[in-house]
Design a protein around this ligand. Structure first.
Ligand code: NOJ
Length: 557
């Protein structure tokens, strides 16, 4: 297995809107981020993934870009960006940009031109179709409710938008579109950025002929079937790799909705002809309902173990895993798999950070930030949640109260509440009125308090990261072979890692009960050394009683 810096890194995702506001407008910004670099340095991460900071009308909080080469007004200026990049580099922290090129904003000049007439030279930059019998050209639904087609009065045709109608899909079949995108990427690379996280990159090549797709019991066809892993996606990424990526020392991660292991082996192949790694969604879909994610089901631990272990096993040596539980689209893992407690946050962090792959920490995860009690739908800001609420209740498919409970559990807004810096007004996020409500538990869960408490989730994460990045076990933790233990155990997630004579044993009780655990006979040790744990010492024994949420990492070489 080839050793590289991006395999040995720990990434921290920043959702700039909610991270730190320097000018009191209630919206986080680039200067705010810069003021927190020392905090990130102390945590020990060495890569920042910056959610989109480009010019945007903010229909989808920056995932709708109107100028790829300018900065969102609320976030600052290009000078602020350059200063942030320099200040990060000075601290040995790299910056990976979010690349959103499946679609643009409808306010992007390309789209404004494209929609201006049927024969505009940029018409073919997007996906336009005639009506069929006075209707949409197919049954595809948008991921944010409603049809994926928007009728355009001016030119009497439909355009495709897999997300909101303000996010028209680009037509990657047009070589000019690819030229424009690659040039823009090159421009950022020349500026000195360190990589790209590629938004829904698995969706850029649509299925030939745009056929109807299964509805999965929903109101529309699930557009994922018509867009994910399409016929030319690997061709386009190889072209991107040849023309841009391979010319710089970058880290690339593709957000790959609908990706299977077989597909991941192509996207993230070890020959590096496409991307370095992908984000897969199988493990974050284990608690989804039959037709959508709005469901209160809990993740089953045996299913989670089975799934993550399959990815570990299958990609070893042939591709590379990204390790994540949290991001700006996911509810907080400590409220989803854990019980909201610091102990459970530490336990879940241990599971993830000791696996093979590159770990991603989402802002606030290192504090054990939880889901937020938003209350009525009016308190939400996310268009996915708001649209789903109206569409499903108005169609009589769901009862408002029941659906609101599911939204409370699963909404993306849970991840988007302001970062909790201290116990002052608005959790120290802003001097003004925050754009979204602050989680009321900020007086208990906040960075200032946790940095002062050696037993906090923050310091636990710091130690996990240090163990992976700066210890004599670093190679073992990054590159070691993974083996799941006790797959059927309903409460305990245990596994070993092995590398060049070194061996690690990880045991985590993913429950709020005391449970017995027996280490399988296949695992042996002589002088075990405890490297991490969220309780005081308990000796390693064949038969143990694991305390609630107890996590331990042993060197058993
Ligand atoms: C995936 C992003 O992570 C999500 O936040 C966004 O809404 C969609 N792609 C559309 O860009």
């Amino acid at each position: 297995m080839t050793k590289t810096w991006w395999k040995e890194s720990v990434v921290y995702q920043i959702y700039p809107r909610s991270f730190c506001d320097s000018d009191g407008d209630g919206i986080g910004d680039l200067k705010g981020i810069r003021s927190k670099l020392d905090y990130l340095k102390e945590l020990g991460i060495n890569v920042i993934w910056l959610s989109p900071v480009y010019k945007s009308p903010n229909d989808d909080n920056g995932y709708d870009i109107s100028d790829y080469q300018d900065i969102m007004t609320e976030f600052g200026t290009m000078k602020d960006f350059d200063e942030l990049l320099e200040a990060a580099h000075d601290r040995g922290i790299r910056i990976v940009m979010d690349l959103v090129v499946n679609h643009t904003s409808d306010e992007h000049p390309w789209f404004i031109e494209s929609r201006s007439s049927r024969d505009n030279p940029k018409r073919n930059y997007y996906i336009w179709r005639e009506a069929v019998d006075g209707h949409e050209p197919n049954n595809w639904g948008s991921s944010f409710s409603g049809s994926a087609w928007q009728w355009d009065e001016e030119t009497q045709m439909y355009y495709l938008h897999c997300f909101s109608k303000k996010q028209p899909d680009l037509n990657w079949e047009n070589p000019k579109v690819r030229d424009e995108i690659f040039e823009m990427m090159d421009w950022w690379c020349k500026k000195g950025i360190d990589g790209f996280r590629m938004d829904v990159i698995s969706m850029i090549s649509k299925k030939e002929g745009l056929p109807d797709v299964p509805t999965d019991g929903g109101l529309y066809g699930n557009c994922m079937y018509g867009t994910c892993n399409g016929p030319h996606v690997h061709e386009y990424l190889q072209e991107m790799n040849q023309r841009v990526l391979s010319r710089y020392d970058l880290m690339t991660v593709g957000e790959c909705a609908g990706v299977t292991i077989e597909e991941a082996k192509k996207y993230a192949n070890a020959e590096n002809t496409e991307l370095n790694m992908v984000f897969q969604f199988e493990h974050t879909s284990l608690d989804a309902g039959p037709s959508d994610k709005w469901c209160k089901k809990r993740i089953s631990l045996p299913e989670l173990k089975e799934n993550l272990s399959k990815w570990e096993r299958e990609l070893e040596g042939v591709a590379w895993n990204s390790l994540y539980f949290c991001n700006h689209d996911q509810p907080r893992i400590v409220s989803r798999l854990g019980d909201g407690s610091a102990l459970s946050a530490k336990c879940i962090g241990t599971i993830l950070h000791m696996m093979q792959g590159t770990p991603y920490v989402y802002q606030g995860e290192e504090l054990g930030m939880t889901n937020c009690p938003f209350g009525p739908i009016e308190n939400y800001r996310d268009l996915e949640s708001i649209n789903a609420y109206h569409e499903l209740t108005e169609a009589g498919l769901r009862q408002p109260e029941e659906l609101l409970e599911c939204i409370a559990y699963k909404s993306r807004d849970n991840a988007r509440t302001p970062m909790q810096w201290n116990d002052k007004k608005s959790a120290g996020f802003t001097e003004g009125t925050p754009w979204i409500m602050v989680n009321p538990n900020y007086t208990e869960i906040n960075a200032e308090k946790e940095m002062a408490d050696p037993d906090s989730v923050f310091h636990y994460y710091r130690k996990l990261i240090a163990l992976r990045r700066f210890s004599e076990w670093s190679d073992l933790i990054v590159y070691g072979h993974y083996e799941l233990l006790a797959p059927e155990d309903p409460h305990v997630f245990a596994y070993t890692r092995e590398y060049q004579g070194q061996k690690l044993l990880v045991i985590c009780n993913v429950s709020d009960k005391k449970v017995p655990f027996q280490v399988p006979d296949s695992v042996s040790w002589q002088k075990p050394e405890k490297l991490m744990g969220n309780y005081e010492k308990q000796a390693l024994a064949r038969k143990m009683e694991m305390k609630p949420w107890e996590a331990m990492v042993w060197s058993i070489s």
